[in-house]
Design a protein around this ligand. Structure first.
Ligand code: KIV
Ligand code: ZN
Length: 560
């Protein structure tokens, strides 16, 4: 039993913003994206990335289309410092990409950070200090004025050091760390002071980043905080307003989306939500959420699996199989009703029409995922998924009632053996039940001949080690074969018959015909499907009749 929380935790206070505008807005353009995989993400790893992994991640981020990449915390580690040098000296930074580095607002750390950037074409220097009351009171023992002075003097130093290197285009980013737990009037005061100290103008904007360093309220509260700042900043036209949600409550994506509706221009986050504790906001989910609303995100996730494998390698952390858009299972339906709906959706989805397949918020092909994994079969599955796999992998379109009949066999199999069944295993089971059995009968050969106005057949079948030559006649080959089997005491009725082409066989041979025949013994109350495969359609149908006899036998144990 959880303890009574009311004694220990208090609800987050609401923001006084009665005329909030963000609930009526929607997202129609992508934000400026900033990847902090190499900084915030890297800081959160068991084993931070080495130079090779950092370079691999950097190249991947550039390929995806990030134009701003926080590459390091140079004053915190030699690896990070060296990596910045490697990027600059090795000219690894594409023309349209700006590298960013983080520093605390302390003189010696700022100096070291600026040194790491020597020779950069363009750079964002990201300086931060924590602003919330617990940090002021408990961690630093500083007054509000002292915290503001700390930020402002850091900005003055960065400005001075930047002037000494005019060949670099310098951009300042300031983060009031723990913004979302800071009194809004104080966050505003310090942000305005930084903007003024930098001398930001509409042509030379400062980036003000508002982190939910620890997510501690519902996303609407964060949106209110961001909208409040957006509306109160003294020089809003000289500011790029950035957000940096963490995911402690599991709502970082929602918080970022609402914050953008509330006036933010820019989002900082990591691929697949890596980052401190529960992670930074997941930029992949944010971008693909936009994409599925018809907004081009400006980031390329068209081969999401390749990106995922690279990120797993660089971070040495696996991606959860249910992670939105990328997890191994997110395009997989096990449940029968889902499979049925998806199968129907695929059947009517036209290639260039708006996407409208039930249960799939995105076309898996758009992110380079195949349809193979969409429908998988286990004990929860129904006929739709089984039929889908046989059709997709083997070109066999089962009649509806046969789908029902065979799904019972699959169910018995998965109940007995557990686990999932691949398309190949399903086909094997199908063959075992419908194509392979030769008891009581095995088809050997047949010859058709004209018989008056009807059809005659000479049918050779094997039973219990003996080959029987049977003769029959009827109004067609199937009728004639049914008649011929009476000689073996097999009284059969054909309830339905369908034939389909399977296209080329898997082995690349001639096109196969597939015949499905539903048969019964009068008065038995049992109906079964038989299935026959052959390049000749009449042979396929007679094999289907023999298969039907064998299925009836299997169901009832009636020996010939
Ligand atoms: O989460 C945070 O507050 C940070 C800052 C350093 C921007 O990562
Ligand atoms: Zn962070």
């Amino acid at each position: 039993m959880l303890k009574d929380p009311s004694r220990k935790y208090s609800p987050f206070p609401p923001v006084a913003l009665a005329d909030r505008q963000w609930p009526n807005r929607s997202l129609r353009v992508p934000p400026i994206w900033m990847s902090t995989d190499l900084r915030d993400g890297n800081q959160a790893l068991f084993e931070p990335m080495n130079a090779d992994r950092k370079m691999r991640m950097f190249r991947t981020l550039c390929d995806i289309g990030f134009k701003e990449i926080e590459v390091a915390f140079p004053s915190a580690s030699q690896t990070d410092f060296d990596f910045v040098r490697q990027l600059i000296e090795g000219r690894h930074v594409p023309q349209d990409v700006t590298i960013e580095v983080l520093t605390q607002a302390r003189e010696h750390l700022i100096r070291r950070t600026m040194e790491s950037l020597r020779g950069a074409r363009r750079a964002i220097v990201h300086v931060y200090n924590a602003t919330s009351k617990p940090f002021r009171d408990i961690v630093f023992g500083m007054s509000r004025a002292e915290v503001v002075a700390m930020a402002v003097s850091a900005v003055h130093l960065i400005k001075q050091l930047a002037r000494e290197h005019p060949d670099t285009e310098w951009i300042l980013e300031y983060s009031p760390e723990t913004f979302s737990s800071t009194e809004l009037d104080f966050a505003l005061e310090i942000c305005d002071a930084v903007t003024a100290a930098w001398g930001a103008t509409p042509d030379d904007k400062v980036i003000l980043n508002l982190p939910a360093t620890v997510e501690s309220a519902t996303p609407n509260i964060y949106a209110d905080q961001v909208e409040w700042m957006h509306r109160h900043l003294a020089r809003r036209d000289s500011v790029i307003l950035s957000v940096h949600p963490h995911n402690d409550r599991g709502t970082a994506v929602a918080a970022a989306e609402l914050a953008l509706m509330a006036g933010a221009d820019r989002v900082e986050g990591c691929l697949f939500g890596n980052g401190e504790r529960t992670g930074n906001v997941d930029i992949v989910t944010l971008a693909l959420n936009l994409y599925t609303q018809g907004v081009a995100p400006g980031l390329d996730f068209s081969d999401i699996n390749a990106i995922a494998r690279t990120v797993e390698h660089c971070n040495q952390l696996p991606i959860h199989p249910r992670h939105p858009y990328v997890g191994d299972l997110v395009f997989t339906a096990f449940s029968g009703s889902h499979q049925d709906a998806i199968k129907k959706g695929f059947a009517v989805q036209r290639p260039n029409a708006p996407w409208n397949v039930p249960y799939l918020p995105i076309d898996p092909a758009d992110v380079g995922r195949s349809y193979d994994s969409v429908i998988r079969v286990n004990s929860q599955s129904g006929k739709g998924g089984i039929a889908y796999l046989l059709e997709a992998e083997y070109g066999v379109v089962l009649p509806r009632r046969l789908q029902v009949e065979f799904s019972g066999e699959v169910q018995r199999h998965t109940d007995a053996h557990g686990g999932e069944m691949s398309a190949a295993q399903i086909w094997q089971l199908f063959s075992q039940h419908y194509l392979v059995p030769e008891i009581p009968l095995r088809y050997v050969e047949h010859h058709l001949f004209e018989h008056g106005r009807g059809q005659g057949i000479r049918l050779r079948v094997a039973s219990q080690g003996k080959v029987h030559l049977l003769a029959g006649e009827g109004n067609g080959p199937i009728d004639a074969a049914v008649h011929a089997l009476r000689a073996l005491d097999l009284d059969l009725q054909v309830r339905s018959y369908e034939e389909r082409s399977m296209g080329k066989s898997r082995e690349g041979g001639n096109a196969q015909a597939c015949a499905f025949m539903e048969v019964t013994r009068p008065g038995s109350g049992v109906e079964c499907f038989g299935v026959g495969l052959d390049t000749n359609i009449v042979t396929a149908s007679i094999k289907a009749l023999v298969s039907g006899v064998n299925r009836l036998e299997a169901r009832h144990g009636q020996a010939v």
